[in-house]
Design a protein around this ligand. Structure first.
Ligand code: GLU
Length: 480
């Protein structure tokens, strides 16, 4: 299905990607994809003072890693980049001029000193419209003679009502608005102006952005009306709050997308998590691939209330993504960690990867999980005691003493051989499984939990090392 849905992500290059911004990009992307439309990327870099070197690359890479691919760019047909506002300067000046002719804007020659003096008594004082007294001809003549000027929006009397998909109809009295600058003296547009011109030129049908822009939507709507252009559908998203109870912010120590990647979160898990941060497909299910989200996303699931970024939940999702990951993909990711954790020659890294996969939240957990393989950690003999397994220090000692010669006699040291021997021993002694498996598992790992049970551990460690560790366990228990 092809529709005329066209959305855009319009970040300002600030040097990092807020989670809130990434969510905006994702929703714009999903909205376009779910309706068979197009998703555009536009870098809003007209605020020269705020420009941060390399920031555009951060945006670009973030979207790439997240799998949010834009559809169109200045060089459609070949490798294309995003639209970049600073490269589109001429068109804003042309449209500002058109707006002057249409009566929606006027030239202003007021000096900085004069404007400052207006705010001397009241810092919130609005521009007093002194230059509105000039006719357009007079103003253009002054400008032609080289006098610097800005172009301001002319806010008419009355009020404006616009509709937001999430917040409904909103009416703003024009007395609350000001004749703001649209085009600066250096020919650069302000964000407010460039945004509207570009959304029109790029035929954007749905504008998704943070609710902090809700208060500006009335003046944008007035600009569309003054030009005689269609107003896009507005979708203003409620903020994402951090653990501090305030809106997520780098300044408050909240993680950016790049930070989360560095912390070990998978891009797929982050994308899945933020998709559900303010939108719900309904039902209990929580794990969705990007492809699935592209199918089911719709504005009706968007929430009106702020959402809370919950790292615990994201951590759970990360572990789910490891569990469900393709085996080979996981192995490639895990290999450096496995090699770091286990240096003994001949270790079966694929087997170890399979053991770790369902048990980790982060790849770094592999090191912790397998840390006992090369070297038995020193451990407390209290670990031998386990109520549910019905093991105590004394029956652990007794059972380890008895099972040791049986294990020493195992002919073929592999999983089946070890397991058969242990089961036979348990049966013969009339014991519970846990009373033998638990003390062996403890002696072999020296840890409260291990990525596999006693027979697997014994196979993994090999005959000599396993028997050595069991003897060591017996000694520890004897000394207590
Ligand atoms: N450049 C604005 C920002 O980064 C975009 C807002 C919008 O989407 O219109 O917040």
């Amino acid at each position: 299905m092809t529709t005329n849905i066209r959305t855009r992500f319009a970040p300002s290059p600030t040097g990092y990607m807020h989670i809130g911004n990434l969510r905006t990009a994702l929703y714009e992307y999903l909205l376009a994809r779910s309706g068979g439309g197009k998703f555009l990327l536009r870098i809003e870099d007209t605020d020269v003072e705020r420009y941060v070197e390399g920031a555009t690359e951060v945006i670009y890479n973030t979207l790439k890693v997240a799998g949010i691919q834009h559809d169109e760019g200045p060089d459609v047909g070949g490798p294309f980049g995003p639209y970049v506002q600073s490269r589109r300067r001429e068109s804003y000046a042309k449209y500002a001029e058109e707006l002057v002719d249409k009566g929606g804007a006027y030239m202003c020659f007021c000096s900085k000193e004069r404007l400052d003096s207006l705010k001397e008594h009241d810092p919130h004082a609005k521009y007093d419209r002194a230059c509105l007294a000039l006719t357009t001809e007079e103003a253009r003549a002054r400008r032609d003679q080289g006098e610097g000027c800005v172009i301001r929006q002319l806010i008419p009397d009355g009020e404006t009502t616009f509709r937001d998909e999430i917040f409904g109809d909103i009416t703003v009295a024009h007395t609350e608005l000001e004749d703001q600058v649209l085009l600066k003296a250096d020919g650069y547009p302000t964000y407010n102006f460039a945004n509207v011109v570009d959304d029109h030129l790029m035929q954007i049908s749905h504008v998704v952005r943070g609710s902090e822009y809700l208060s500006s939507a009335a003046k944008y709507t007035l600009l569309y009306h003054a030009f005689g252009w269609d107003v896009p559908v507005y979708i203003h998203l409620p903020p994402v709050m951090g653990s501090s109870g305030k809106k997520l912010s780098k300044r408050l120590g909240d993680s950016s997308f790049e930070d989360l990647l560095r912390e070990g979160f998978l891009p797929e898990a982050i994308v899945n998590y933020i998709a559900l941060l303010g939108w719900s497909p309904g039902g209990e299910r929580e794990i969705y691939s990007l492809g699935e989200l592209e199918e089911i996303f719709g504005t009706q699931g968007l929430s009106k209330s702020p959402s809370i970024f919950d790292k615990v939940k994201l951590t759970w999702m990360n572990s789910e993504y490891f569990k469900n990951m393709d085996e080979q993909k996981f192995f490639v990711m895990a290999e450096p960690y496995l090699k770091d954790a286990v240096k003994r020659p001949g270790a079966d890294l694929r087997l170890l990867a399979g053991m770790c996969r369902p048990r980790i939240e982060f790849l770094t957990d592999i090191t912790k999980l397998l840390g006992f393989i090369d070297e038995l950690p020193s451990y407390d003999i209290a670990l031998f005691e386990h109520k549910k397994m019905k093991t105590t220090a004394s029956n652990a000692l007794e059972n380890l003493r008895k099972v040791l010669p049986r294990l020493e006699a195992v002919a073929l040291w592999d999983l089946a051989g070890i397991r058969a021997e242990l089961e036979d021993f348990i049966k013969g002694e009339g014991l519970k499984n846990g009373q033998v498996f638990w003390p062996i598992r403890t002696a072999l790992s020296g840890k409260e939990s291990s990525p596999c049970g006693a027979p697997e551990l014994a196979e993994l460690l090999g005959r000599e090392e396993s028997l050595r560790r069991i003897r060591h366990g017996i000694e520890l228990l004897e000394q207590s």
